[in-house]
Design a protein around this ligand. Structure first.
Ligand code: GDP
Ligand code: IMO
Ligand code: MG
Length: 420
């Protein structure tokens, strides 16, 4: 038995939540392995929109167990809000299991995130301000507090000691407004919600599930271009968002990895700072933003938009060992007479299909233009019945990337999906 993986191949928001929710019907366990409430995974069921931040996207499927793995960072305040949202919809939250080794986001981690961003001037990362960076820094710096520590009698003392370190550190940054007393009170109140759930030893739990023949899907957050090692550093998040991150994030061996579903939009978006070679900083980009409703699911910020970038996707297909591709938001290109796809970069007169060390350097993408389908494809359920231009567009991507496109998404709803 294997653990299948689903992750984003761009800069996040590829539509992972929707596809995980769809696939979850066929799995026993859905496991988040990295990231935290910086993620916003949208699922639309019967016209109702749900946005998940920490909780895996399998929660709306009956009987599916949803694991928050070791590699995840949890903010008890955001988490409690998510739990309440699920309870309001009558969802059974006993199907959520939390790794004891997952790290906790303290209020002062968010404070430091905001203060660090304030210090960066025009070079801001554009962090979601959820405290992600400072929490992972404490994890690797071996100062962090973990879910398992909540049960220990000296938890308050350790919390206070870390808080004081954070407050001392904050003095090197510009001042930012932060109501520590209020946030701290919310933290301890909401910790009680977290405590009601079952804490697990994630690696044993997941490996035993595998041995019992359970079907497992690992759900990525963010996207490969936001990976701490292989993304557009420093404009990245603080975790490994790649397939490799599944092994350390859940405590499973590399040999357990099965299918790898890579998700890409039919175009490309990015929210926050950092390079974006195919960005359309013009009317066309604005049109894409409006048609695609490209506003962040976590922060509401407008997302930057641009054409699909095939050298970029080839790189992330390689990094992740993608075996199955899914192209989302196909419907958002319905009105375009022509669709462009970046196929090469030119750097100082030289052409290359590889990503440069620094994507913000003097780099010019070259495009291939394909004829758009220029019609509504939203209700077509059979790939064979798709317009020839859709088939050509998909064939072009498959040939370039060398991986089959097995799913096409044509709307936000669960049912708007073609599986090949
Ligand atoms: P995630 O973070 O990868 O789960 O993606 P987000 O939820 O942040 O952003 C994807 C957005 O696109 C959400 O609003 C989805 O409801 C929506 N969406 C997903 N697939 C499609 C699609 O095929 N067509 C359209 N129009 N919207 C989609
Ligand atoms: P999902 O899972 C899109 C971006 C932020 C910022 C950078 C660092 O919904 O695809 P962080 O808060 O992690 O320190 O921010 O990463 N970012 C995302 N962009 N989708 C996400 O998650 C993101 N999570 C973080 O905008 O540029
Ligand atoms: Mg998102």
């Amino acid at each position: 038995m294997h653990i299948d993986v689903l992750l984003g191949l761009q800069w996040g928001d590829e539509g992972k939540g929707k596809i995980v929710d769809y696939l979850a019907d066929d799995y026993d366990l859905i496991c988040r392995f990295q990231g935290g409430p910086n993620a916003g995974h949208t699922i639309v069921i019967d016209g109702t929109k749900h946005v998940l931040h920490t909780i895996p996207s399998g929660i709306f499927r009956d009987k599916v167990i949803n694991v928050i793995g070791n590699g995840v960072v949890i903010d008890p305040i955001v988490f409690a809000r998510e739990i309440q949202g699920l309870l309001d919809h009558g969802i059974d939250i006993s199907r959520i299991k939390v790794a004891r080794k997952a790290h906790l986001i303290l209020p002062t981690h968010r404070f430091l995130d905001a203060a660090s961003e304030a210090s960066k001037g025009k070079d801001k990362i554009g962090s979601t301000l959820r405290g992600i960076g400072p929490t992972y820094m404490d994890k690797t710096g071996r100062n962090g507090l973990r879910v398992g520590d909540i049960e220990s009698p000296d938890f308050r003392d350790r919390y206070n000691s870390l808080k004081h370190k954070h407050l001392a550190l904050a003095k090197i940054y510009p001042e930012v407004a932060f109501d520590l007393e209020k946030e701290e009170e919310a933290f301890f109140t909401n910790l009680e919600v977290l405590k009601k759930l079952e804490f697990i030893n994630c690696s044993y739990y997941v490996n035993e599930a595998l041995q019992y023949g359970k079907k497992i899907l690992a759900e990525g957050a963010q996207g490969s271009m936001l990976d701490i090692d292989y993304g557009t550093y420093p404009f990245v998040t603080s975790s490994n968002t790649l397939t490799a991150g599944v092994c350390v994030g859940l405590g499973v061996a590399p040999s357990t990895i099965g299918k790898v579903y890579g998700i890409t939009k039919s175009y490309c978006t990015r929210v926050g700072g950092g390079p974006f070679p195919t960005e359309l900083d013009n009317d066309l980009g604005e049109e894409l933003r409006q048609i695609g409703a490209e506003f962040g699911a976590t922060t509401g910020r407008p997302r930057r938009t641009g054409w699909i970038d095939l050298p970029q996707l080839k790189y992330t297909v390689m990094l992740n060992g993608v075996s199955h591709l899914c192209v989302t938001k196909m419907d958002c290109l319905n009105t375009f007479k022509q669709i462009e796809l970046a196929t090469e970069y030119e750097i100082k007169g030289e052409k290359t299909k590889q990503l440069a060390y620094d994507l913000s350097s003097d780099l010019k993408p070259h495009y291939t233009a394909l004829k758009g389908w220029n019609q509504n494809i939203n209700d077509i359920k059979d790939f064979d019945k798709m317009p020839i231009e859709v088939k050509d567009y998909i064939a072009f991507i498959e040939e370039y990337l060398g991986v089959p496109v097995t799913m096409l998404s044509t709307g936000p709803e669960r049912e708007a999906l073609i599986v090949r």
